[in-house]
Write a protein that binds this ligand. Structure first.
Ligand SMILES: Cc1cc2nc3c(=O)[nH]c(=O)nc-3n(C[C@H](O)[C@H](O)[C@H](O)COP(=O)(O)OP(=O)(O)OC[C@H]3O[C@@H](n4cnc5c(N)ncnc54)[C@H](O)[C@@H]3O)c2cc1C
Length: 460
């Protein structure tokens, strides 16, 4: 006889794990299937291993900068193999912790691929077992999308493989302009690779504030990253001393590795969604309402597979809200507004709210405050680098509606700006806050002079 549960979760990533644990806490009988590794993208091949590599990559600047502070450091040497082994050990530890937390919460884990047979039936692909369930939560995340197949595509890696390279490439070409592309450019550059970043648009980080994009690009170029825009990779050929990359402007570049970070697509293939009547949205993710309910009433979906805001904390919130709504008798919508986010490039970016262009086109009056300055540490280190900060203020009510930072610890700063913005802080509230001196963050509360304003003419 088929096993019977209240909730079957497909995918033990950020959203699925949270939903499973909370639903089980409400007394539901929960089973979660994972076809790869418990923890999902964030833990296994996303945020966590990426941040560990970012930490590793930053030591090279630290060694260089220490000289101005009186240190003499012997010529540092670096072992990629040791970094990857230590990173893998930590990821194993985390995977076990995730699995044991699920078990402690009385969630049954099945290490198998799950597909939907009908609205109340799941099939496990390897074991062939069938499970009957009252509710299904699709939390299958996303996967790298390498675009259309080009000549030599078999030589191209994605972020998935970048975490497991057997050696550090001396020269790497990364195609893409999103956060994963710029983060990996910083990682490889910091570790000593020669990095070329190729992007089809006119500047990196499309969708971010234009001045932040320009500032980050300059800083990345100062660190030796070659950024080639308005270009795409047309082919990759294996040659004697590496890979020869053909760009659309006819330039050829010789490298050891080619990585594409050209976006991610929701993991929906072969899940059985179509047969059961689950509708997709315009961008190819599963279409859901404010409660993450799909077009089939007892099937819900959370996280990257819905292609709303593809970040771990958002997937976790959506998973939690789903469990509260369906099993906790507390209907909960996730507030997707003003989500703070970081780009762990070198230097780091922290961003929340509207860009200047969005504010100028959406609000009648906008005031802009901004500053660039040499971080204090750079005075003695002699490093040629500048921090950038910008506050976007709604001129009608003085509310802060956007904040954009490029500089060390920008990710840490933006988390706290996020609280202020959720509390609807005004520029006057920022001004009334005493500075912490000497820090970079104090600039956020000491920008007194408006840089410029936008006033939208009323339609006649
Ligand atoms: C390189 C990289 C860096 C990132 N850095 C950050 C960051 O710094 N900060 C941040 O907030 N976000 C970051 N993200 C995004 C973040 O990882 C995702 O937003 C988050 O993991 C989404 O969680 P999820 O639950 O939707 O899916 P996932 O975490 O992707 O989990 C989905 C799980 O479902 C499993 N699965 C899929 N299909 C099936 C099936 N049919 N049966 C069984 N199992 C299945 C998959 O194997 C996977 O484990 C990064 C992503 C990448 C790729």
């Amino acid at each position: 006889m088929a096993k019977d549960v209240d909730l079957f979760v497909i995918g033990a990533g950020s959203g699925g794990v949270r939903a499973a644990r909370i639903a089980s806490g409400y007394g539901a009988r929960v089973m979660v299937a994972e076809e790869y590794r418990v923890g999902g993208t964030c833990v296994i091949r996303g945020c966590v291993p990426k941040k560990l590599l970012v930490y590793a990559s930053r030591y090279s600047e630290e060694f260089e900068d220490s000289a101005g502070f009186g240190w003499t450091v012997p010529e540092p040497s670096f072992s990629w193999a040791k970094l990857i082994a230590n990173k893998d050990k930590e990821i194993d530890r985390l995977e076990n912790a995730y699995a044991s937390n699920l078990e402690k919460a009385k969630v049954e884990i099945v290490r198998d691929r799950a597909v939907i047979v009908d609205a109340n039936t799941i099939k496990l692909v390897k074991s062939g077992e069938t499970i009957k369930t009252k509710y299904i939560l699709v939390a299958t995340g996303g996967a790298p999308s390498l675009g259309k197949e080009i000549e030599g595509h078999e030589h191209i890696i994605s972020s998935n493989e970048a975490f497991h390279l057997t050696e550090l490439p001396k020269r790497i070409l990364i195609q893409g302009g999103g956060y994963i592309a710029v983060e990996f450019a910083g990682i490889f550059n910091g570790l000593g690779s020669q990095v070329t970043l190729v992007y089809r648009g006119d500047n990196i980080l499309r969708g971010f504030d234009d001045e932040l994009r320009a500032h980050l690009r300059t800083e990345m170029e100062k660190r030796g990253i070659k950024i080639v825009t308005k270009n795409i990779v047309e082919g990759v050929e294996k040659v004697d001393h590496g890979l020869c990359v053909q760009l659309s402007d006819h330039e050829q570049i010789l490298v050891d590795k080619v990585m594409f970070a050209t976006g991610r697509r929701p993991n929906i293939a072969g899940l059985g969604l179509e047969a059961v009547g689950v509708k997709l949205g315009l961008t190819g993710g599963i279409a859901v309402d404010d409660y993450s309910q799909t077009s089939v009433p007892n099937i819900y979906a959370v996280g990257d597979v819905t292609d709303r805001i593809n970040l771990t904390p958002v997937a976790i919130r959506e998973g939690h809200a789903f469990a509260d709504t369906v099993f906790g008798n507390k209907p909960t919508r996730v507030d997707h507004s003003d989500v703070p986010t970081a780009v762990f490039s070198e230097p780091e970016c922290g961003v929340i709210g509207l860009t200047e262009a969005q504010a100028a086109s959406g609000l009648p009056m906008v005031d802009v405050y901004k500053t660039t300055f040499r971080p204090m540490k750079a005075t003695l280190s002699g490093r040629d680098t500048r921090t950038f900060m910008k506050l976007i203020v709604d001129g009608a009510n003085d509310r802060i509606v956007g904040c954009h930072i490029v500089g060390p610890d920008a990710g840490e700063m933006i988390q706290l700006v996020g609280i202020a913005m959720k509390m609807k802080a005004t520029k006057a509230d920022f001004d009334a806050t005493m500075a912490v001196h000497p820090t970079a963050a104090e600039e956020l509360v000491t920008m007194r002079t408006k840089s410029h304003s936008h006033v939208r003419q009323a339609a006649e």
